[in-house]
Write a protein that binds this ligand. Structure first.
Ligand code: GLC
Length: 649
């Protein structure tokens, strides 16, 4: 059961679409009013577990932490970083009582959860305007499913978006992209798409191609298409201030950008230098922005990643003065912490200085900050739906609950370190709890240099996340699967993704169509697994138990019931795995996972690309009796549970 309590005068965030009964008082929290803010308090029982918050740092059980919902370009985040790129104000309390609470407010919100041993949940919403949704259900898993149902149908990517993709900040021209395609195809490593980072653009302008690097993008996209490879360009939130540029001119003419207090358009520097921010909270501006993707779809491009949409600001018209980006960077290095604080103050000042026109209602950006990226996803998703008339690939850096109806997310600039592989494992569960089924991290890590071992282990986990993309920064070592000398181990691990495609695609689509999670914590189904964060349930049949430690040839795996162990080394080897704890050895070129008792797992033959996917060529592994295979044309919107047919062993 889900109910809503309204405080102040909240805006329509577009998060929950279901009709929900409104009740006058919260059932679980005590509420205290501040000058502007509202603070909600709940006394935890010692045995309570608190899940949620989607993309946040900390453990799966959020107790003991302080987290701030305030979408931030966090560059290099670490354990104590309070805010990441997305804000997902959803908590699930499980223990003495079990219930969920979604604080639907786009303003900065601070969550202290048993912080410093207080025994309390304390949620401070900076503006007093919000809807609090409370969900009663007997299990944490049930609570999440109710939220997902209330938010509405999850984004459905095309089949090809479940392939493997390569990316790098620094690919410049056609030759670079051909070299990546060659590197994969010559080595027999499957590949479905290559992401185009900002260097494809002319002066880092959205909706432009650098003519030298890409003289005929439609022809190039067709050439790559012949090879089974899609191009996936990045689109940044800010529109470069560039008189003569039709997108810029049209935006200015029609008032589609965010405004300053003096009525002019707010100016902030991002990759292209000074930009204006489209007013994604405004319906006309959103529709206009969505239409711009025609520039790409006309060239046969159907996949995108939306970036810098927290929004990220390098400096603004207020904080810049005469200073260049280089000057700014030098100051960062010279004055470390002091400079960081100063910049943070400047950033807040910036965010307070511009406003939105939400269809007639003027709103200070700072008060609705967390909605910006999610509304960009909506603009793009709605635009692409109209332009293409079929499914598209889309993932965004910033997000808010509800944006999962229009696209997926990736978790931003992580680092090539083992802790961030584990962070990816945790986030995959936490993002699913609030509906972001299509998600993934930069496999191998964005900052820093990845090792062969880390990349292989990371790929062995990414095989299970719907978005499986290897991406890295500009100055890091080459991170493509063919860049580490011998390629055979990489070929094997990435091939597993394609052999699991019948399962991954079916489970994703079924979950999305039934308001279910695609990845869930083991303890959501087996309460005796409480506290185990590094074993996850992927779909209904499979348990993954990745190695997330450097140098570890093996790991302990807890089996809450008898399962089938599957060792993939290029072939599938199944053996019974009795209930209990066992040591599982995994060579670097192997992936070991488990099939739950009484379940089946469909696997296909080795293929090089999702184009070769044939749902008629299947083998069923496991000891179950039947499996519901989802099949469709992989691209149209005709997706219903009627596309599920029962396979029997
Ligand atoms: C941001 C993105 C990263 C991208 C870079 C250049 O840092 O998070 O993925 O490579 O910008 O566009």
């Amino acid at each position: 059961m889900i109910t809503k309590t309204v405080y102040g005068d909240p805006i329509k965030t577009d998060a929950v679409t279901a009709e929900v009964e409104t009740i006058p008082e919260t059932r679980h929290f005590s509420v205290k009013r501040g000058a502007r803010s509202l603070t909600f308090t709940y006394a935890l029982a010692p045995e309570d577990t608190v899940y949620g918050l989607g993309e946040a740092m900390g453990r799966l059980n959020k107790r003991g932490g302080r987290y701030v919902s305030f979408n931030t370009d966090t560059g290099e985040h670490e354990e104590t970083t309070p805010s990441l790129y997305g804000s997902h104000n959803f908590l699930v309390i499980s223990g003495r009582e079990t219930f969920g609470a979604f604080f639907d407010t786009p303003a900065r919100t601070v969550f202290e959860i048993d912080w410093k041993g207080s025994g309390l949940i304390r949620v401070e919403c900076e503006t007093g305007d919000l809807s609090l949704f409370e969900i009663e259900n007997s299990t944490a898993y049930g609570v999440c499913r109710e939220l997902l149902a209330a938010v509405g149908p999850c984004y459905l990517p095309p089949l090809w978006a479940f392939g493997y993709g390569q990316s790098r900040f620094g690919y410049r021209d056609e030759a670079d992209f051909r070299a990546v395609a060659d590197g994969y195809q010559k080595n027999g490593i499957p590949l479905d798409y290559i992401c185009m980072d900002i260097d494809y653009m002319d002066k880092f302008r959205d909706f432009s191609f650098d003519k030298k690097g890409f003289p005929d993008i439609a022809a190039f996209s067709a050439e790559m298409g012949e090879r089974g490879i899609r191009l996936v360009p990045i689109v940044d939130a800010g529109i470069k201030i560039e008189p003569g540029d039709p997108v810029y001119e049209e935006g200015v003419r029609n008032g589609y950008f965010c405004r300053n207090k003096d009525g002019g358009y707010f100016r902030a520097a991002v990759w292209p230098g000074m930009t204006h921010f489209p007013d994604f909270l405004n319906t006309s501006a959103r529709e206009w922005f969505g239409r711009q993707y025609r520039f790409y779809t006309d060239a046969g491009i159907e996949g995108f990643w939306n970036d810098m949409n927290e929004p990220a600001i390098f400096y603004s018209q207020y904080t810049k003065g005469w200073k260049s980006v280089l000057w700014q960077l030098a100051m960062d290095v010279l004055f470390g912490e002091k400079r960081r604080e100063q910049k943070e103050r400047g950033h807040i000042r910036d965010l307070k200085s511009f406003s939105h026109n939400m269809d007639g209602r003027r709103l200070r950006h700072y008060d609705v900050h967390n909605l910006f990226g999610g509304m960009m996803t909506r603009a793009t998703g709605e635009g692409l739906r109209k332009l293409l008339g079929h499914r598209y690939m889309l993932f965004s850096r910033s997000s808010y609950i509800g944006a999962n109806r229009y696209g997926g997310v990736w978790t931003g600039d992580n680092t090539s370190k083992w802790e961030h592989l584990m962070l990816n494992v945790r986030h995959s569960q936490e993002l699913n709890m609030c509906g972001f089924l299509y998600s993934g991290a930069d496999t191998g890590g964005f900052n820093g240099n990845c090792t062969r071992e880390l990349l292989l282990r990371w790929l062995a986990f990414s095989v299970f996340t719907p978005l499986m993309r290897n991406h890295t920064g500009k100055l890091t070592r080459a991170q493509e699967a063919y860049a580490f000398g011998d390629t055979e181990a990489f070929r094997k691990v990435i091939s597993l993704r394609y052999r699991l495609l019948p399962y991954i695609y079916s489970e994703y689509m079924k979950a999305a169509l039934t308001s279910d999670m695609y990845i869930k914590p083991l303890e959501f189904v087996y309460p005796e697994a409480r506290g185990i964060e590094d074993q996850i349930l992927v779909g209904d049949s499979l348990m993954a138990a990745p190695i997330v430690q450097e140098g570890a040839p093996e790991r302990q795996v807890f089996l809450p019931e008898d399962m089938t162990e599957v060792r993939y080394d290029g072939n599938f080897h199944c053996s019974p795995a009795p209930r209990g704890t066992r040591t599982v050895h995994m060579a670097l070129d192997e992936v070991v996972f488990f099939i739950r008792k009484g379940k089946l797992l469909p696997v296909g033959p080795e293929i090089q690309n999702t184009r070769e996917y044939d749902p008629e060529r299947l083998t069923l592994l496991g000891d179950g009796e039947s499996y519901g295979l989802y099949t469709d044309d992989g691209i149209g919107f005709d997706c219903t549970m009627e596309n599920v047919r029962t396979l029997r062993k």
